[in-house]
Write a protein that binds this ligand. Sequence first.
Ligand code: SF4
Length: 470
Amino acid sequence: MFDTPPTSRLEDPVELGAETCGFDPGWLAALINGEVRLDRDMAMRILETVPLFTLGRWADARCRVLHGNRVRTYVIDRNINYTNICTAHCTFCAFRRDGDDDDAYTLSREQISAKIAELEAIGGTQILMQGGMNPELPLSWYEDLLSGIKAEFPRIHIHAFSPPEFIEFVRFFDPPGDDLEAKLLYVFERLRKAGLDSLPGGGGEIFALPVRRKIGLGKCTAQEWLTVMRVAHRMGMYTSATMMFGHIEGRADRVHHMDLVRTWQDRSIADFARSGGGRYKAFISWPFQRENTPLGRLPEWEAAGGAPFPGDVVAAGGHSDRFGKVVRMAGASEYLRTQALSRLYLDNVYSIGASWVTMGPHIGQVALHFGASDMGSVMMEENVVSAAGTTYCLTEALICRLIRNAGFLPAQRDNVYNLLRVHDSDESPDTRITDWSEQRARKLAVESKHASSAPVEVTVSAGSQEVVAD
Ligand code: SF4
């Protein structure tokens, strides 16, 4: 099912505590070895009943079967949010602006080039370029942007434009074609010819319709999102899938979301693998960040009195007047549980990414023992999540130190998870550092029209524990 075979087998599941939690040890061993699949009922049972650290050990065992005990990866790329003008009104978003807002922006080619030059200077290999859905930009703007980047930076992999942007491209550009797939194919072919290499999985949020209707106003449906990715896979592209949880959704919605990713991945592999097709290479999930967002102003759900969370009621097929009117925020343990389940459920997705950008570097480090095999990217710049209050940022040395101190060898990877450098010497980005006090303060760049051509530098408070990797 994977493009790289498992590296080992779990032979003795006794220490994983299956029986204590009411599960058959033989079944657990088969699950961890990829010989049986979780169904949605069993996934819910695991999510709701298995203790946190036991669940972590199961996901870690599965991760070790797939990726071995030695190496965990990261990538050096740069998020470039080329515009914050957007026709959608997602209630969890603090980034979007209307075209006539004072701080609306669209980056110029020169600004984007300057950012990529900075990325290349630190050994970066790819850009992750996403924006709002800006109706003023014609298809030729994107083609010129991509071909210009490829001409100037031929070695940089362009990982760009999430499915919601592609759906808006179809609406804005009205391409030829009898159905959505044909129209998408036309846009894909134009952008790929111009230099697009692969697609990020932004805009997945939660696929369940009742949730999506309430939080993703003006954004594509789950069917549309998954169709964009299917076309990308048909074109031979490797993509990722994401999930943003910890708001109004029920836990069953998270399992339903993972199930759709797994089902559509099966189809892509069955339909396109033999002809050089792509697939989802990674799954990354993170909790909703509430600052500066309309959704974040909703009151928090109080479990006192034993009333079930309204999202759980609706996800189970019921009705609740309070659905969408309260949020159930996810903390570290809920994040780790959900990520661990994703490692167990998504048996056909190669990598699970830790989400330290939202959870902080140290929870990201712990996530390497809860099923994650990848720490994602160093963070030179991020504008979307940071607009909602998250400002963590890590250098390559810090990310390597986090991985090494979690018990693994850090390795830089490329977009398709080929290892570029395994850091097993004294000259590694972290081992050559003698004074870590210099690594404590980092800055996160946030775009602003008021900054003329340069991004505003926002200083993360010096001494912040989150940027000291131990
Ligand atoms: S999340 Fe993306 S699509 Fe939704 S409003 Fe924000 S920028 Fe627009």
